[in-house]
Design a binder for this molecule. Structure first.
Ligand code: FES
Length: 353
């Protein structure tokens, strides 16, 4: 029998399986090691150094998100040295670019760096400001890229390359000039980006925000209402972020099948129709080439009458077209109606091969 593997974290003996990192074992056991660059489900990069922990016998602190647990390892997650290191890292991040405008920042209340600064009581940057190296990119249809907020954690790169596998962005240039770029450092709209917005969802600061983020309520000011995307038959689970009875943001539900947080451009950004003035609010009946509003009773009576008349002449003159935007149950009812009421097998569906 394989010998049980035990690691000690903060004085607790914890079992682990081969390949698990210190962070994974800690999280599974509700030990709170803070992270910033770590993106669940993708390869750990150890880019931010927030998750540093003390490992007995090691000469330096170690990034718990990248170091595999080992039998007999003794780890301390929140010692004075660890806290000093985290405070220093937070200060350095606050120094890069502009992180002194939380009052007007669109991500305030939903910013990992702000949260960490609060947790470790870091008031602001004590080092010299590195300044803003690259201008804001506001030419894209859905996404605003504010490089002055970017802390180069690489979560957007992982989301794009490993989660959505679009491979539209990566790290570019070197050293202090490092920037997240598309091929040829073009704007997202001129790149392979498909505007799925996965990068926006995982950005821990306000480097990537919705295009209109400064004009709409912040995510933290809205209430999340879970629902199913109605654009296709996949059934992605999403949160509609609502304030004053209006939807302002859409995010994927992280832990829920089938999409586990991922969305496409339609699901994430195609929600203006909900409050559109062009939406039909009542049935329309066409008379003498013109549409007029009608009640549901009138519209349904007329539809039933006309279907009966037409089916009475030739059953196969009628048919039913259904949609992947409705549920399986609704599609089932539609074909049942066609076959048993209209007596036709003319049934088709937009998602048919
Ligand atoms: Fe571990 Fe960033 S979370 S290095």
């Amino acid at each position: 029998m394989e010998k049980e593997k035990i690691i000690v974290i903060d004085g607790r003996d914890l079992r682990f399986t081969e390949g698990e990192t210190i962070l994974e074992v800690a999280r599974r056991n509700h030990i709170d090691i803070p992270t910033l660059c770590h993106l669940k489900g993708s390869t750990p990069t150890g880019a931010c150094r927030i998750c540093m922990v003390e490992v007995e016998g090691a000469r330096t602190l170690m990034a718990s998100c990248t170091v595999p647990a080992a039998a007999g390892m003794v780890v301390r997650s929140e010692t004075e040295e660890v806290i000093r290191s985290r405070r220093m890292t937070i200060e350095l991040m606050l120094t890069s670019g502009r992180h002194d405008d939380c009052l007007v920042c669109p991500s305030s209340g939903d910013c990992r760096l702000q949260e960490l600064a609060f947790r470790y009581k870091v008031k602001g940057a004590t080092f010299e400001d590195t300044g803003v190296k690259y201008p804001m990119e506001a030419v894209n249809p859905f996404i605003l890229r504010d490089f002055s907020k970017c802390v180069l954690c690489g979560r957007c790169v992982q989301a794009c390359n490993e989660v959505q596998v679009n491979e539209a962005i990566d790290f570019g240039y070197r050293g202090a000039e490092t920037k997240i770029i598309t091929a040829g450092d073009r704007a997202l709209k001129d790149s392979d980006c498909v505007f799925c917005g996965e990068c926006v969802q995982v950005c821990p600061v306000a480097a990537l925000v919705p295009k209109n983020a400064r004009k709409i309520p912040r995510l933290s000011e809205t209430e999340a209402v879970k629902t199913t995307c109605s654009y296709c038959g996949v059934g992605c689970q999403m949160n509609l972020h609502v304030k004053n009875n209006q939807v302002w943001h859409v995010t994927g539900c992280d832990e829920t099948a089938p999409n586990f947080g991922q969305l496409c451009v339609k699901g994430r950004y195609g929600f203006d129709f909900i409050a559109s003035d062009h939406r039909l609010k009542s049935p329309l009946i066409k008379e003498n080439g013109e549409f007029r509003e009608a009640s549901w009773d009138e519209a349904l009576d007329l539809t039933a009458k006309r279907l009966k008349e037409i089916a009475g002449i030739h059953a196969d003159a009628t048919g039913v077209l259904t949609s992947a935007r409705v549920t399986n149950e609704e599609n089932y009812i539609a074909q049942k109606f066609a076959r048993t009421v209209l007596k036709t097998n003319n049934v088709d569906h937009c998602a048919r091969l």
